[in-house]
Design a protein around this ligand. Structure first.
Ligand SMILES: Cc1cc2nc3c(=O)[nH]c(=O)nc-3n(C[C@H](O)[C@H](O)[C@H](O)COP(=O)(O)OP(=O)(O)OC[C@H]3O[C@@H](n4cnc5c(N)ncnc54)[C@H](O)[C@@H]3O)c2cc1C
Length: 457
């Protein structure tokens, strides 16, 4: 891998005087609540389709997860592919996966020199396995390549350990078409593109209540009122009062990350892969930035912590995975709260006529928020109802404070009574689908080997 490593932007947000608080009444086609990746992508796409759009942001653009991510853009969702197939079947899983790929391609298109320049795009991402399961690797490669039309290469242990000098990782799946960008610059670039397309962004403007009953919906902020034909709830876990029940369907998870001081040749000896690396358990995610620093995201909590307090934990984690690096010092830390759904898929859809939701993007937010932007804007203005593919992923209650503490969640929003039955039915459905896939693969393998499968009964 010879591509130069990317540089990244962190630190205070870029102030924009045009994004002042909303202090006057406003009538628009679309009101988006939240100026993270999701809200800005939807606003931009709705404006490109001709709508008048206002974004109301309670704090400032990208202060949470959206302005504090690692910039890795991959296809897929937080939910593992096998579980996705089990949940919706192969055909719908394929369509959903294709949408997630389109989301990644959308980011690539915006990351061009004419739209958002200077994002330092570099290619390739590697998913490494924490356990030695080479046999599963082949099935996964087959599934991704053949069934899901995704370019992937399988890396044997030696190849993985050649570019990552650690005994912790075994096989790897390399995605040559995945890429990474300066994630914060991308977010600010989206805000700039939205503004060029006519979107008005108001910061320091929390939405405190909505009335989504009529055709023209009402939005209340502390200093002004708005009316809109469509409201999009893109507030992630901080949405709060305007739709508390919706907020309660997300399990907040705070994830922390940091960038090391320059590591010099120590790093070149330990890590030569220049793309993003993530492990199969979702514990570590890292890449080289600025030539000889590591950007590393690892610890998570279910309570809000200060990222700087986790500097030591991140440094220790780096040393655990790459002992040869010795002691590393962190130059800066950052982090944000992710909204995780109980089923692992984002919440994308229309709750009632003109009231839309886009949240729960979890760890994989760059491609999926881009996808949501297109789906929701096209759902509003282009008679495109592909957003309905997300209908099987209901708004499942995430358990409130107690539930969060134990990380356990049951229940269905507005359908509490059928929660247990629904959960059990889904487990059964999942088990049946897994069995069907296993049988199909077995039959295929038997066919290739010229043998018969076991006789039924
Ligand atoms: C450390 C870390 C690393 C990550 N790395 C990657 C990565 O490499 N690749 C990737 O794909 N994903 C990554 N992610 C995940 C990604 O950042 C998130 O999925 C994504 O940012 C979620 O975007 P969002 O717009 O839904 O939420 P947010 O960023 O939380 O934005 C929601 C906004 O809505 C506002 N809001 C909420 N309620 C209201 C209200 N009532 N009124 C007005 N405004 C309101 C909030 O103030 C906030 O600004 C990472 C996340 C973290 C924390």
């Amino acid at each position: 891998m010879t591509a130069p490593s990317a540089s990244v932007t962190f630190g205070p947000e870029v102030a924009d005087a045009d994004r002042a608080r909303l202090t006057f009444s406003l009538d628009v086609d679309v009101c988006v609540v939240g100026a993270g990746l999701a809200g800005l992508s939807i606003a931009l796409e709705a404006a490109r389709l001709g709508a008048s759009v206002a974004v109301l942001e309670g704090r400032h653009v990208g202060w949470n997860a959206s302005g504090n991510q690692l910039g890795t853009v991959m296809p897929g969702f937080g939910l593992p592919l096998a579980d996705l197939i089990a949940r919706v079947g192969l055909e719908d899983a394929r369509e959903l996966w294709a949408l997630s790929k389109q989301g990644a391609e959308y980011v690539r298109t915006q990351a061009s020199d004419d739209l958002i320049p200077g994002l330092g795009l570099s290619e390739g991402a590697l998913e490494v396995s924490n356990v030695d399961v080479g046999d599963r690797l082949i099935a996964r490669l087959q599934m991704l390549g053949e069934d899901f039309d995704t370019e992937v290469d399988g890396w044997q242990i030696d190849r993985v350990r050649d570019v990552l000098k650690t005994k912790r990782y075994f096989h790897g799946v390399h995605y040559p078409k995945a890429f990474q960008i300066d994630g914060r610059k991308y977010l600010l670039g989206l805000a700039a593109l939205a503004k060029q397309a006519g979107v008005r962004i108001f910061e320091d403007t929390p939405v405190v209540s909505i009335d989504a009953g009529g055709i023209r919906k009402r939005i209340v902020t502390p200093s002004a009122r708005m009316r809109a034909t469509h409201i999009v709830l893109a507030g992630n876990i901080h949405l709060g009062a305007p739709a508390q029940k919706l907020s309660d369907t997300l399990l907040p998870v705070w994830r922390y990350a940091g960038i090391t001081e320059p590591l010099g040749e120590r790093l070149t000896e330990a890590v030569t892969f220049q793309g993003s690396v993530s492990d199969s358990d979702g514990v570590d995610h890292f890449r080289i930035v600025d030539g000889d620093r590591l950007m590393w995201s690892s610890p998570e909590t279910t309570w809000a912590g200060h990222p700087e307090r986790y500097a030591g934990a991140i440094a220790r984690r780096i040393r655990t995975v790459f002992p040869a690096l010795g002691k590393v010092a962190m130059a800066e830390t950052f982090g944000g709260a992710l909204g995780q759904t109980v089923h692992g898929m984002p919440q994308i859809g229309q709750l009632r006529q003109g009231l839309w939701v886009a949240s729960g993007f979890s760890h994989r937010g760059l491609n999926t928020t881009a996808m949501a932007g297109q789906l929701i804007a096209r759902g509003m203005y282009a008679y495109d109802d592909r957003f309905k593919l997300f209908a099987p992923f209901e708004l499942v209650w995430a358990g409130g404070t107690t539930g969060r503490a134990v990380g356990y969640a049951v229940g269905l929003w507005e359908r509490q009574g059928s929660a247990l039955a629904g959960t059990l039915a889904r487990y059964r459905e999942r088990a049946r689908a897994r069995e069907r896939i296993r049988e199909a693969r077995l039959a295929e393998a038997n066919l290739r080997a010229g043998t018969r499968g076991p006789r039924p009964g």
